[in-house]
Design a binder for this molecule. Structure first.
Ligand code: RB5
Length: 154
């Protein structure tokens, strides 16, 4: 049987998510994923989430990483920025159902979390649900995604 390759997971945070990023990166390693850190690399209360989220989102779109995790204070700004990059399907996730169903039905490839909103244990559960979920790819799912892709091409 072929051994599964360790999946590279892009991760980033501004100052609002900096601590949670460190804890999620360790959690990824403990769960046999390879975190790829897009910053911030130090806590700077004046940093701006687009500086980290956009490079991460581009790496997700280019399939340089399997999926992405973007964290800011609320997760809102990260989600807005990530979804500006074509082929990125990002969502701010606060519940377990959406963490896996967003992948299964909508092919979500980037999860956004709020470092000031979601506790460490919940964040770990959400991340694991997201990373272990698979896109079902039913005709209706593909049809819906195609409508979004059509908009991205315009
Ligand atoms: C930064 O203080 C904060 O506004 C940012 O982390 C995030 O919450 C934006 O959505």
């Amino acid at each position: 049987m072929q051994k599964e390759r360790i999946k590279r997971i892009g991760i980033c945070a501004d100052h609002g998510g900096f601590e949670l990023k460190g804890s999620i990166a360790s959690f990824l390693i403990a769960n046999h994923f390879e975190p790829v850190d897009f910053g911030a690399f130090k806590l700077d209360e004046a940093d701006d989430y687009p500086d980290f989220v956009i490079p991460l989102a581009k790496a997700v779109a280019a399939a340089e990483v399997f999926r992405g995790i973007a964290i800011c204070g609320s997760g809102v700004g990260a989600c807005i920025a990530a979804n500006k990059v074509s082929c990125v399907r990002a969502a701010l996730i606060n519940d377990n159902f959406s963490a896996h169903q967003g992948v299964e039905d909508d092919d979500m490839n980037l999860i956004c979390l709020g470092g000031r909103v979601t506790g460490y244990a919940s964040a770990e559960e959400l991340v694991l649900s997201f990373l272990n979920a698979k896109f079902i790819g039913a005709e209706r799912h593909i049809r819906r995604l195609r409508k979004i892709q059509d908009l991205e091409r315009k």
